[in-house]
Write a protein that binds this ligand. Structure first.
Ligand code: ATP
Length: 601
């Protein structure tokens, strides 16, 4: 409930005046609704359904007096016209209120969506290392939808409450004893119905768990579809899916059962109550028939409200777990914001460095409680405008070191400096990031055209610039041969391109950014030797004006490196010039070179 009120307060802060306007409209609608009902009674008496003495009904006699003071004879056409004006006006108001309601809700949800998306994007990289990506899909689609529904149900509940309150006030005025009897019965029923609310909440918690499981499952399966198909794992996955959807079906049916049972109980009790009231009123209290008609009319409007409110509450509490999930995620990403809120909006200062990037006594662990360090006592200097290669066995910490140099992760102890300024300085970090062109091991491309994918880093780039970047990455020829050239759509994550083609397009994109620092993490691993040679030549031309950091398993790729860092189990075990290290006979780099030369023979 705490989380619901958090979002309601947020909505109040966001919508303010509109929210009150909305509530006032609801009150006016319920008032008109009351008058509409009132008018049915004289209408019935005028057309001779039953004789009546209107003076015994307080509000009605006042209304009739007002109409008569306008020197109008109370006849059928006037009553009908009034009825049409009131009910028509109420319908118009209802429409305007529904529109206003929808506007408030939709813009609130959009704000929430934007806030969550922005908050997630501005969270630290470490936040993403901890969380599952499917959790974001789940929250951004399913849970946000449920928060939307819950907030709308809450607004409805408040409207219903106000509406019902007004109707109760009118009914109390007309027939206090009978209305109190209705209220007591309603209260008793609501007390009894608490268990339905509790049950709905439990079912809602299950819904959250199941949908989380569903989202993570399907996103993992479709990411791994190639493995599933090539290893013939379809059947076991279909079995998993079948079981899960069976649970989801049961969960929904269970909610339907609770909801319909409470509705059933309310409906049956309403008939029993009406019968009881009629008996009580006529036989024991000798209430005048016309008053009874009004009360029964009001009761028949009021009771469905109780039913609606009960159902509303059950649905609302079933959405509460979604509020909880959203709020938890929000707290986590807020605690893990990478930079202050305004920093992202600031234009980053121009990135310039003359000396280089330096790690001083850097330690880092992915899990602060684990004994194993991914980086341990790392001291390296990456000289500006030179090519530095990082080599070592798989798992030795190369990618972690690159993440550290890009400021994606921060050292547990020690520091990272750019020309002597710490990377913990927000402005430095931002300007560094804007100056980096990064090509990862598993390059990322959108299911859009090659042009779109390239222009992401420079929307103003001309075709000439695009082709020149493609030429740099040895990909101009194959792009020219594609049916739509630059406008060819490349499929999800670039699935319609080969691994090597994908790598080259991402390299072209990194180059188009005209980076001061180019980071290549196994970026040419999928290339044939001819294309790799072309790219090496191109990189050679960048030396002197761009700082290049390369991770490569294939040591032939780093022949042109000015500086080599050799890593093993998180430690830097050797560093120096390529030629120098390759001549140190017992050195780790020489061993790696010998090993690769041997395995290639
Ligand atoms: N997200 C993570 N969570 C926990 N441990 C991690 C994570 N990423 C890497 N590690 C661990 O940190 C160590 C260094 O990993 P890293 O990816 O930096 O190695 P690498 O040298 O780049 O390996 P490769 O050449 O296979 O890419 C490894 O022991 C690895 O298991």
């Amino acid at each position: 409930m705490k989380e619901l009120f958090y979002y309601v307060r947020k909505m109040h802060h966001f919508a303010g005046f509109k929210l009150y306007l909305n509530m006032s409209m609801v009150l006016l609608i319920s008032l008109l609704d009351g008058f509409g009902i009132y008018l049915i009674v004289p209408l019935l008496s005028i057309i001779g359904v039953f004789p009546m003495d209107t003076s015994s009904i307080p509000l009605l006699s006042a209304m009739i007096n007002i109409i008569e003071s306008w020197s109008l004879d109370l006849n059928l056409p006037i009553i009908l016209a009034l009825y049409i004006v009131i009910v028509g006006g109420q319908a118009w108001l209802q429409r305007s209120q529904a529109l206003l309601n929808s506007r408030i809700l939709q813009s609130f949800i959009r704000t929430l969506r934007m806030e969550t998306y922005r908050g997630l994007l501005q969270a630290k990289w470490e936040f993403y290392l901890r969380k599952r990506k499917s959790e974001f899909n789940h929250v951004m689609s399913n849970e946000l939808g449920r928060v939307n529904l819950g907030t709308s149900l809450f607004l409805q509940a408040v409207s219903s409450f106000l509406f019902t309150l007004l109707q109760i006030a009118i009914a109390l005025w007309l027939a206090p004893v009978l209305t109190i009897a209705v209220l007591i019965s309603g209260g008793l029923l609501a007390l009894f119905s608490r268990k339905f609310i509790k049950k709905s909440k439990r079912i809602g918690e299950q819904t959250t768990e199941l949908s989380k499981y569903y989202f993570s499952g399907i996103s993992e399966h479709f990411n791994g579809i190639k493995d599933i198909k090539s290893n013939r794992l379809e059947q076991s996955h279909i079995h998993w899916f079948n079981k899960l959807t069976e649970h989801m079906e049961r969960n929904f049916i269970q909610f339907g059962r609770v909801n319909s049972l409470s509705q059933f109980i309310y409906r049956v009790s309403s008939v029993v109550l009406i019968a009881g009231f009629v008996y009580l009123a006529l036989e024991m209290m000798h209430t005048p028939a016309q008053q009874l008609v009004v009360v029964v009319l009001i009761f028949s409007r009021l009771w469905p409200r109780f039913i609606g409110m009960q159902s509303n509450m059950e649905q609302l509490v079933s959405c509460l777990p979604a509020f909880h999930t959203m709020r938890q995620l929000q707290k986590e990403y807020e605690a893990d914001q990478e930079l202050s809120k305004t920093a992202f909006e600031d234009e980053p200062e121009d990135f310039r460095f003359v000396d280089g990037i330096e790690c001083l006594d850097v330690d880092y662990r992915y899990d602060p409680h684990a004994s194993q360090y991914a980086l341990r006592n790392v001291n390296v200097h990456i000289p500006a405008n030179r090519m530095t290669a990082i080599v070592g066995k798989s798992g030795s910490g190369k990618s972690t070191l690159i993440d550290m140099l890009m400021g994606l992760i921060q050292p547990e102890s020690g520091q990272v400096l750019i020309d002597g300024v710490s990377l913990r300085d927000e402005r430095k970090l931002l300007s560094l990031r804007s100056a980096i062109g990064y090509v990862p091991q598993d390059p990322f491309l959108f299911n859009e055209s090659i042009r779109y994918n390239l222009k992401l880093v420079d929307p103003e780039a001309s075709d000439e610039q695009l082709w020149s970047a493609l030429k740099f990455a040895a990909s101009d020829e194959f792009v020219r041969q594609l049916p739509q050239g630059l406008d060819t759509v490349i499929g999800d994550r670039g699935i319609r391109l080969s691994g090597g083609e994908r790598q080259r397009i991402v390299l072209a994109r990194a180059i188009l950014k005209r980076p001061a620092i180019l980071v290549l993490d196994e970026a040419t691993s999928a290339l044939d030797s001819e294309n790799e040679r072309l790219i090496q030549q191109a990189l050679e031309e960048l030396k002197g004006s761009v700082t290049i950091i390369v991770i490569a398993h294939r040591l032939s790729t780093i022949r042109n490196a000015d500086h080599v860092i050799v890593m093993d189990r998180g430690r830097v075990i050797q560093q120096g010039g390529y030629t120098q290290l390759s001549q140190e006979n017992k050195g780790a780099f020489k061993l790696l070179l010998n090993y690769q030369a041997g395995s290639q023979m």
